[in-house]
Design a protein around this ligand. Structure first.
Ligand SMILES: [Zn+2]
Ligand SMILES: [Zn+2]
Length: 305
């Protein structure tokens, strides 16, 4: 463990990090995380815009696990492809989604990932209740087919644009309840999605109430992961467009309360903020994260503009 890692109130190191690229090989993600001073990373295990991908081969897995063992990055999350729509009414899309989700979960398990993050899918204008049932059924089938899977499947709340499922706590609860294997599932909350879905995050009690409502229907009443992003559009916009920390409509106060909540409860926190060229924006957002947490900015983040 990185001796400089700031500690959370649970006595555990505060786990935080960001989404990083797998370019050059899966083993490269640890160096990327270390150079930014984080102890958690999130990746796409393959191109998130493509249905076709292979499970990692033995050599790249060996290199990955070797690098992980030597690394101060101790949490790895995988984000599933955006193409997956397990709620689809179209049987062809639904079947492709089922097959791809299963492969994503097998990949995440080979990587001994701490979670596979999945959006619950879209009703595409159809009946939402039926869409929730379809999504739950597919997740249930996938989990049933992988009884030895260790990596939990984390459902992420959505911004609620159009017919995206999972923007409201009741709908997330219905998704979890419909699966029947919730011991291998968890909840991921995204601050941008909460805000875009109309949840005003200003005020400690408001935040507690919103998060509490989502936790009521979550497996074990627990939160597994935070995605910390500012929102490019206003409250209730329904638009899933992330902004850099303190550059959007959520603002520093509300973001710092979420950071405090994550730290206090030992829930890891991942940034999915806009990247641009090189690491400049990542470094900027991580400096701001340290500021929001009240931590001194570490030396290795200090130089770049
Ligand atoms: Zn997210
Ligand atoms: Zn998003």
């Amino acid at each position: 463990m990185n001796p400089d890692a700031p500690f959370g109130r649970t006595g555990e190191p505060f786990r935080f990090g960001l989404h990083v690229s797998v370019a050059g090989g899966l083993d490269r993600i640890f160096g990327r995380g270390e150079s930014l001073g984080v102890n958690a990373v999130q990746i796409f295990s393959h191109s998130s815009r493509s249905w076709e991908f292979d499970l990692p081969d033995a050599d790249s897995l060996a290199a990955y696990h070797r690098a992980r063992k030597a690394s101060s990055v101790s949490r790895v999350y995988v984000h599933a492809s955006y193409l997956i729509n397990i709620a689809s009414e179209d049987p062809v899309v639904a079947e492709k989604s089922r097959v791809t989700l299963e492969k994503e979960l097998r990949t995440a398990d080979l990587l001994e990932a701490d979670g596979l993050v999945l959006h619950p899918g879209s009703a595409r204008g159809g009946d939402r209740t039926a869409a929730v049932l379809r999504a739950s059924r597919i997740i249930g089938e996938v989990l049933e087919g992988l009884p030895d899977q260790r990596t939990p499947l984390l459902l992420e709340n959505t911004a609620g644009a159009g017919s995206m499922l999972g923007s409201r706590p009741e709908e997330m609860a219905a998704l979890f309840a419909g699966v029947g294997h919730s011991d291998r599932m968890g909840l991921c909350l995204d601050s941008c999605h909460l805000f875009a879905a109309g949840f005003d995050l200003s005020g400690r009690e408001v935040l507690d109430r919103i998060v509490g409502a989502f936790l009521e229907g979550a497996p074990f009443g627990r939160l597994s992961l935070w995605h910390l992003n500012d929102a490019l559009f206003g409250l209730g916009s329904g638009r899933d467009r992330h902004a850099g920390l303190e550059e959007g409509h959520i603002g520093a106060d509300a973001l710092s309360r979420i950071v405090a909540m994550a730290r206090g409860s030992g829930v890891p926190l991942i940034l999915e903020t806009p990247k641009g060229e090189g690491e400049t924006l990542d470094r900027l957002n991580l400096r701001r994260l340290h500021g929001l947490a009240g931590f001194p900015v570490p030396e290795l983040l200090r130089d770049a503009g």
